[in-house]
Design a protein around this ligand. Structure first.
Ligand SMILES: CC(C)[C@H](C(=O)O)[C@@H](O)C(=O)O
Ligand code: SF4
Length: 772
């Protein structure tokens, strides 16, 4: 599907262009989605929405589900079913809800009894579900991982999950192009994790806001697929929507023999690799931003603070907040050091640890475990450690590691060898830090409370975490590594075939999926194309609470313990939980929303940039909404959060000018009401005097003002979507379900239910359908 456009294009431009179903004058684009990954935390409300509106999943053959966030990582030797195995009630409910949904909607599912279960971003590539040139989405911010294949892969919120399930498309707009070029040879002991931590240190967690990053340069070219995945994984921590690497021979080699990739040497494989080879940025392609990094200058890197940008070389010291350039930055460094229990000037190598965690979608692939095992081999973990654990990213990674004897190396050293899942990366399962415990972690986020309330996270590479486990402090892997120049071993590829051999027949498949014969639920694409659904937003007047903070992440807006709900409502009491409440549940009197009149706030004014960064959890806007806040005013937002708010009838306003923003914040601080007039795009004071004007995308405004449910709107574009799919089948036939995702294989009889009162996806009766 070579792009017709003559203008030099970037890799991102090409993949984006090839997926446009429809484009409106204001730049709003309906984008086709090739691959949809689903997990238990961000999908229950989406499936509920489908049910409420009597919609079915449009492309079960392009959808793959697993449980990862909530699952215990204890031995599954005696595993019988989720109901018995997952002890924690809410986690069990979420896992069981996913199981019900995959059965009801006919989706392929890797459950806890399946060797292929694992972290969603590890199993997609492993299976060849992720392919170059595809669009890949998941209700999860680290979907950016899949960009390592030259896919355009990004995280979405739950409402968008529902949109993709129903329509296999998303409403979006073009992102900016950013190039990060890393050239040169990596020094010994430095890995791809160090590249990305170092890069985020350079550009900051808001550095990539609004952009898709293309990682290129000789250092990137020289990396394996797994290392490229670790880099793209953390594009989201760099503030970007996605990260991409142009596919090349390394990519093709990785894909050979994967169950869902075209068969090697088939006509499809030849056609596919020809297309994939065209997916590189053209000579002269324009980037909105370019960053150049010399690989030689990167050292093994660790984080010292509570943001992934707070990094330093392992040979460095804890920075002094007074050395930061602005008062706001000094302040946030002070807060970070207080939380982390660190004093300025302390050598990083003197920082003592309590726990070590090797796992997560950033670094729990086979290569990561090999790198850690190489350091650990023959040694034991330090006595001061309370716990050291290895959590493989998938059942297949675990199996492969065991076949290479890595489990034994870890176990002999004193590590725990666990079952696959997200585990202590965010601690939605029992694997958590206790307050003040300090952890060396190969994960991607060191936010306050991320690995457990009060827990302290230091991010690093698997080899560095292994070194830290042996020393019991943050440690420089270069002092432990075997410096003898033994040639790199040619490692075997992950054995994916063995795992699929138990589903040779249709009967096996049905057994695996446990699909009721004729139970396509409520499947009906004719009735519910109505587009009326959300409350209308035209004018809002009310008290505004103001917060002077930068980079407020969605973990802070609503921590992980509240993500176990299968509902959208009732989350107001969890809003800003750690900032708002003490450990005993009492209110922190100084927090703005605990003061009068701000308990009644309808508007939130945030003076620092990058509000809503981090996780894609739509629970963040749901919590704000449930508290009563329907409008946020800030200088900038993280992309996923920004989209999520609109999907809930909320208005996030961008006021880039600091003086104007301060004027609005002053009104808020004085306890005066503010008026947000969407129709006239003005912010007024309580007496109607103009404080500011604002921009808002035309389509989004239209949806808000009319309370439109954009799934209904998109379903009215059926002809165009169908036409796109027909062309896709012609041009890239390997993208229609193959192997165990074969299209049609699981399509039971479509049962059209009588729908006396058609409902919206929120379960309310539909008003008059509205045209857009
Ligand atoms: C649960 C999910 C919404 C979340 C994400 O989007 O990132 C999680 O994976 C995380 O890492 O915080
Ligand atoms: S970042 Fe952590 S919690 Fe989120 S998907 Fe990856 S492993 Fe799971």
């Amino acid at each position: 599907m070579p792009s017709a456009n003559k203008k030099p294009q970037t890799l991102y431009d090409k993949v984006f262009q090839d997926h446009i179903v429809d484009e409106r004058d204001d730049g709003t684009i309906l984008l086709y989605i090739d691959r949809h990954l689903v997990h238990e935390v961000t999908s229950p409300q989406a499936f509920e929405g489908l049910r409420n509106a009597s919609r079915k999943v449009r492309r079960p053959d392009c959808t793959l589900a697993t449980t990862d966030h909530n699952v215990p990582t204890t031995s599954r030797k005696n595993f019988k079913n989720v109901g018995q195995f997952v002890e924690e009630t809410d986690s069990r409910t979420q896992c069981l809800t996913l199981e019900d949904n995959v059965k009801a909607f006919g989706l392929t599912y890797f459950g806890l009894g399946d060797k292929r279960q694992g972290i969603v971003h590890i199993i997609g590539p492993e299976q060849g579900f992720t392919l170059p040139g595809t669009t890949v989405v998941c209700g999860d911010s680290h979907t950016s991982t899949h960009g390592a294949f030259g896919a355009l892969a990004f995280g979405i919120g739950t409402s968008e999950v529902e949109h993709v399930l129903a329509t296999q498309t998303l409403i979006t707009k073009r992102s900016k192009n950013m190039k990060i070029q890393v050239d040169g040879v990596l020094p010994p002991g430095v890995s791809s994790k160090d590249i990305i931590l170092h890069t985020i240190g350079v550009i900051g967690t808001a550095g990539g806001t609004g952009a898709v990053i293309e990682f290129c340069g000789s250092a990137i070219r020289g990396l394996s697929m797994e290392a490229r995945m670790s880099i793209c994984n953390m594009s989201i921590e760099a503030g970007a929507r996605a990260g991409m690497v142009a596919p090349d021979e390394t990519t093709f080699e990785y894909l050979k023999g994967r169950p869902l990739a075209p068969k090697v040497d088939s006509l499809e494989w030849k056609k596919a690799t020809k297309y994939w080879s065209s997916l590189k940025s053209d000579e002269g392609a324009k980037y909105d931003e370019e960053v150049f990094i010399n690989a030689k200058g990167i050292a093994p890197t660790v984080s010292w603070g509570t943001s992934p940008q707070d990094v330093v070389s392992i040979t460095g010291v804890v920075p002094n907040p007074e050395d930061f350039p602005t008062e706001a930055k000094k302040d946030s460094a002070r807060q970070a050091l207080e939380y982390m229990g660190l004093a300025p000037g302390t050598r990083m190598e003197d920082v003592e640890l309590d726990k070590v965690f090797i796992g997560s979608c950033t670094n729990a692939r086979i290569e990561d475990l090999r790198a850690a095992a190489k350091i650990i081999n023959g040694k034991t973990i330090a006595k001061n450690l309370k716990r050291a654990m290895v959590v493989p990213g998938s059942g297949l990674v675990k199996k492969q590691a065991e076949s290479e004897g890595l489990d034994k190396i870890f176990l002999d050293a004193g590590f725990e060898w666990r079952e696959a899942g997200c585990s202590m990366c965010l601690g939605m399962n029992p694997d958590i830090l206790s307050p003040k415990e300090r952890c060396a972690s190969t994960s991607n986020r060191n936010f306050e409370g991320r690995q457990g309330a009060g827990g302290r996270t230091h991010l690093m590479s698997p080899a560095m975490a292994a070194a830290a486990a042996i020393i019991g402090k943050l440690a420089d892997v270069r002092n432990l590594a075997d410096r003898s120049a033994t040639p790199a071993k040619a490692w075997p590829k992950l054995d994916v075939d063995a795992a699929t051999s138990d589903i040779d027949t249709d009967e096996d498949l049905d057994h695996l999926l446990d699909i009721p014969e004729d139970n396509q639920p409520h499947a009906n694409n004719e009735v519910p194309t109505s587009s009326a659904g959300l409350p209308k937003f035209t004018k809002l007047k009310g008290i505004a609470a103001s917060m002077d903070r930068s980079n407020i992440d969605t973990d802070a807006i609503i921590p992980k313990q509240f993500l176990k709900t299968i509902k959208r409502t009732g989350l107001g009491s969890a809003l800003f939980y750690a900032l708002r409440f003490n450990d005993d549940g009492s209110e922190k009197p100084d927090f703005i929303l605990n003061k009068e009149p701000y308990r009644q706030a309808k508007i939130l004014v945030v003076t620092g940039p990058n509000f809503g960064c981090g996780s894609s959890r739509e629970h963040a806007p749901w919590a704000l909404l449930d508290f009563g806040i329907t409008c946020i005013i800030a200088p900038s937002y993280a992309d996923i959060f920004f989209n999520n708010t609109f999907k809930n009838g909320m208005l996030p306003l961008i006021i880039p000018n600091q003086d104007t923003l301060q004027r609005i914040a002053e009104e808020a601080k004085a306890g005066n009401e503010i008026e947000v007039d969407l129709l006239n795009q003005r912010i007024n004071d309580a007496s109607g005097n103009k404080l500011a004007e604002f921009e808002v995308e035309e389509f989004k405004k239209h949806c808000l003002v009319n309370g439109l449910d954009d799934i209904g709107l998109t379903m009215q574009m059926e002809d165009k979507i169908k036409k796109f799919e027909d062309r896709r089948t012609m041009d890239t036939p390997w993208l229609d379900g193959s192997g165990y995702l074969k299209r049609g294989k699981r399509e039971g009889p479509v049962k059209v239910e009588a729908a006396p009162v058609p409902k919206t996806n929120r379960g309310e009766p539909i008003q008059e359908p509205l045209e857009w």
